[in-house]
Ligand binder design. Structure first.
Ligand code: MN
Ligand code: MN
Length: 455
């Protein structure tokens, strides 16, 4: 065979995925403009409650006439567009992110400094949260039911908060010589909230000063913290990263990148045969439990509302039939290969930054434990949809087989007897206070969700 023929054969038979910046069918300007909207979305939405509220607000201005929404307890939202065929095309993401919550009895004073006790939420590397600017977001619900919104640390004129680290001069025994896992004690991750005494010689005068400011500003007393949900998040704005501005650095991209792409795809989709649904879920980072997590019955409620809107009878059978005819993208992020830690991945089955949206047939750990292992038939169907629409996609597992692993909401959705596959972009520094995504991957993810809805 001639060299040319061999090359041709190789090209025909081999599978290769591409760097999105080398694609010619999408303009760089379009990709960059899309990223600007995304950065805005991330800076406005740092909790599940804030995300639901802002998506709802946007829905009201961008929806098509018959579209409807359902909100569950302010922490889940479903956007629905009815279709003629039975079943739905669902893109489901999660809008909670790893963070630091406060304890129920948070406020205390030590060495004349007032602090909040905290309890971290989700899989964090504790050391990353010391000495970075932090903001406090959330709600305090008073005994009479009145809900007070709190958001301090985001405005340029706001104060920020810090969890103080120990100086290197004195940290040898207390931190440096220990294993990282043990070196950072969750009980030492306390947030400085005040330093000035209310009055001279008063006992716990700094704590009292903080209480008096909070009382003046929000009308709350110490007991009100017990019915509060205050989330401590990085007070850092989304930024472009790199001289070429190809990456986005921001907090909460796992998994608000998928939430953002799914609602954009919903608003922009031009046609649909099945009912299309965008679902944003809570509690993924702590195991999908609770009445706002993926294991709750909320999705069943959504399906019942869809059947009612389609003037169909709601029976066990019709609900079951609807689920069976449904297809789902479990929209969640994957861990992109970090160039300095390639050894935790198996290179042929890892996902790479800039190489497009990632289709993950199975997550889980070890021998595919805890995995939704998507059926080959459904994977094939998606390949065709994506290839026909020139979506840049790749496949990837989260790390080497015996290295570790993680789960998504896919398996809980699959339990309703729907076709489900994980599908979302790969991030660098996932679960850190400042995660990195690629602008081209962001755009390809949006495209993937849109053509899925339209197919
Ligand atoms: Mn996630
Ligand atoms: Mn996560």
């Amino acid at each position: 065979m001639t060299k040319k023929k061999t090359e041709e054969l190789k090209k025909k038979l081999s599978y290769e995925n591409k760097n999105g910046w080398n694609l010619t069918h999408t303009s760089k300007q379009k990709v960059f403009d899309f990223a600007e909207n995304y950065k805005e979305f991330l800076s406005e939405n740092k909790t599940e409650r804030e995300t639901v509220e802002s998506v709802l607000k946007e829905f009201k201005t961008r929806k098509k006439k018959q579209d409807f929404f359902i909100v569950n307890r302010g922490k889940n939202i479903a956007l629905v567009r009815l279709g003629k065929e039975n079943g739905m095309k669902l893109v489901a993401s999660h809008i909670d992110a790893p963070r630091i919550d406060i304890k129920q009895n948070p406020l205390f004073e030590e060495t004349e400094i007032a602090l909040f006790h905290t309890h971290y939420y989700g899989g964090i590397k504790k050391y990353q949260w010391f000495n970075i600017p932090l903001a406090v977001h959330g709600v305090i619900v008073k005994e009479n039911g009145e809900k007070i919104d709190i958001k301090v640390g985001e405005d340029d004129n706001d104060p920020i908060f810090v969890i103080p680290d120990l100086l290197p001069h004195l940290s040898h025994k207390a931190v440096d010589e220990k294993k990282v896992k043990e070196a950072f004690d969750a009980e030492k991750m306390n947030l400085i909230v005040g330093s000035m005494p209310f009055e001279k010689d008063e006992k716990e005068a700094v704590k009292l000063q903080v209480l008096s400011i909070l009382n003046e500003k929000y009308g709350i007393t110490e007991e009100d913290f017990i019915s509060a949900e205050l989330e401590i998040v990085p007070a850092i704005k989304p930024k472009d990263a790199g001289f070429d501005r190809g990456l986005i650095a921001a907090y909460g991209q796992d998994d608000r990148i998928c939430a953002f792409c799914s609602k954009e795809a919903f608003f922009d989709a031009k046609k649909n045969s099945k009912t299309v649904v965008v679902l944003m879920i809570d509690k993924e980072e702590i195991g999908s439990d609770g009445n706002t997590g993926a294991k709750s019955r909320f999705l069943m409620d959504v399906v019942i509302e869809i059947l009612k809107a389609k003037k169909e009878e709601v029976t066990l059978e019709s609900v079951g039939n609807f689920f069976r005819e449904s297809e789902v993208l479990s929209a969640d992020v994957n861990g992109a290969v970090n160039p300095m830690y390639k050894e935790v991945h198996e290179k042929d089955n890892a996902s790479y930054i800039n190489h497009g949206v990632v289709m993950t047939k199975f997550t889980g750990h070890g021998g595919k434990y805890m995995a939704n292992d998507a059926p080959a038939e459904f994977v094939a169907k998606l390949r065709k949809i994506f290839n026909d629409a020139k979506v840049n996609w790749q496949t990837g597992e989260l790390g080497k087989v015996d290295e570790g692993g993680g789960g998504t909401i896919a398996k809980y959705l699959a339990a309703w007897n729907m076709e489900v596959i994980d599908c979302g972009p790969a991030l660098l520094s996932m679960h850190s206070p400042y995660e990195l995504s690629s602008k081209t991957d962001l755009y390809e993810t949006y495209k993937a969700y849109k053509v899925f809805f339209e197919a």
